[in-house]
Every structure is written in C-alpha cells, then in structure tokens.
Design a protein. Structure first.
Length: 309
C-alpha cells in the first residue's frame, strides 16, 4: 500500500500541467478574456454581447462591424482610452446594429482632419451613459441614419472643439439620425464650435448644464441645424465671454429648414451671463418658418427671449 501511495504521489508531481485560460483586460461576459479590445469585439461578431473592461489607461481602439455590443467599465471612470484612434476616426468606430457605452473615459482624441472623436457612429443605435469625453476634438460624431436613435445620459463633455492647430469640430455632432435624447449631462470648457450640433428631426435635451464660463472660440450651446421638434427643458446655460458667436444661445434651423419645428418646446431653462460677458444675447434664435414655443424660462438681464432670424 505504501508503494502504491508513493507511485500516485510521483505521478501527481510529474503529470503535465493543464493549460490555463488566457487572461486579459477585455472580458466578454460569459466567455473568455482578450489582450486587445478588437479581439473581444470580433469574438461577439454578429451576435449580442457585453465586453467588461478592467481599470487602466489604454491606447486600444476598435471597429464594430456588426452585432449589438455593450462596452462597460468594470469600475466607472477608471477605464481610460487616451489618444486611441482607429481608421483615423475615433476610439470606437461603430457600424453594427447597436452599441452601448457605460462608464468609460475618452481622452485626447485628435486626428489631422480635426474630426477625431471618442465615438464615431456610422450606423445603428447608440446609448451612452456615465461616460466622459475630455480634451479632444469631438466627443461623439455621427453619420446619418434616419432610422437610428441616440441616447446620452449622465455624461460629461469638456475641453472639446478646436485643438492647438486650429482644427476641430463640436462636443457632439449628430447627423440626420431619427432622434437624439440628452439627459443629465454636462458640457463645459469648449474650445470651438457648438456644444451640441444636431440635424435629427426629433430632439430631447433635458436637465443638463452648458457652462461656457471658461470656453473659448465657442458658438451656440445648442444648434438644431435644420430645425427639429421635441423639447429642451430644465437646462442651465452660462454664456461665456470668449465666444466666436455671442448673439444666440439656442439656434433653430440656422442652416436651412429640412424638418418642422412647430412641435419644439423650450421651457423651464435658466440662462445667465459670465461676469466678463459685456454684450447682449438672445436665448432662442429662430431661422425656421414655424412658431416655436418658448415659455417659463429664467433669463438674466441682457438676454432677450426670442428673435426671428
């Protein structure tokens, strides 16, 4: 019996090791971990899945060609993509059926043509929550998808617009998407362009803040470029002193009418002027042919309620 026990012990010490699963910071929920974000995206392919991303600072980027993918920071605010650009466009280039982004930080998204973005959405639906877009050119930049929907919740857009070379765009640029909804988000410290520029025919911008006190070379807080219906309500606007265009805070159809604006309601917002702002301005500039409802807003002195352009 003693010899049998010794033999068993010897076999145990000399048996080949069982291979261990590869470990990496990008884990497909219910599956394996990967060393690169693109590998994790490819593993989901045309299906539906969630990628959980470990805390850290990454130069990774990814292109999503298909499927429905959720990108989640394991610890919100601790997953940072810094100078990570795919296809000369963005950290995440999205052209699948849908994508969701939760708790991720995008920093210094800079490209030569000035349109570098944290997220470049080319088709499909997008839902962003608890994200930060900091010190880049664009936060979110989209193509057109009239059937698509975009929702942005509890996210921050800071230091976006023109880069030191003079190239740049807007904190958010939405093409001709079906609808845009922005809720409880913050826009601040813009470096050029508009804070929100949207060509969607249906918009909701609710309970958000637009702090232009430290902005420079900025334009409209909200630009509904071709008109829109919907609701802009419960927001706070501070008009800063260092603007390229200081005459209007919210612009309706300044680039020509393509969508009806008769259903647009702008209500219960608050707007004031930074101490260094020496001019007068207008809360809503309306270039459309429709009567926009503007009511119950709390506006400081030198802010006119409405002007037809």
């Amino acid at each position: 019996m003693r010899m049998i026990a010794l033999a068993a012990a010897l076999l145990a010490t000399t048996a080949p090791a069982v291979p261990q699963a590869q470990q990496g910071p990008f884990t497909v929920e219910g599956g394996q971990s990967f060393a690169s974000l693109q590998e994790a995206v490819a593993a989901i392919g045309e299906g539906r899945g969630t990628i959980r991303i470990a805390p850290g600072r990454y130069g990774e980027c990814a292109v999503q060609e298909a499927g429905e993918i959720t990108y989640v920071a394991q610890v919100p605010g601790k997953t940072v993509f810094d100078r990570a650009i795919c296809e000369g466009k963005a950290t995440l280039v999205l052209r699948g059926r849908a994508a969701r982004v939760d708790g991720i930080v995008f920093m210094r998204t800079l490209v030569e043509d000035g349109n570098g973005a944290g997220i470049r959405l080319e088709t499909g639906n997008l839902h962003v929550t608890n994200a930060m877009f900091i010190d880049g050119q664009c936060g979110i930049l989209t193509a057109s998808d009239p059937r698509g929907t975009i929702v942005i919740e509890r996210s921050t857009f800071a230091g976006l617009g023109k880069d030191p070379t003079g190239n740049g765009a807007h904190a958010i640029y939405i093409g001709n998407y079906g609808s845009l909804r922005v809720v409880e988000s913050r826009f601040e410290r813009g470096t050029g362009g508009h804070y929100v520029k949207a060509r969607a025919p249906q918009v909701e911008i609710l309970d958000s803040s637009f702090d232009d006190s430290m902005g420079r070379n900025t334009n409209y807080a909200i630009d509904l470029s071709n008109g829109a219906s919907g609701r802009i309500a419960g927001n706070a606007f501070e008009q800063g002193p260092a603007k390229d265009n200081y005459g209007t805070i919210i612009a309706v159809a300044p680039e020509g009418v393509k969508h009806r604006s008769a259903g647009l309601v702008i209500e219960r917002n608050k707007a004031w002027l930074s101490p260094g702002f020496k001019d007068s301005t207008t809360f809503v500039g309306n270039w459309s042919r429709d009567a926009v409802v503007v009511r119950d807003n709390d506006l400081a002195d030198r802010i006119a309620v409405l002007a037809r352009r």
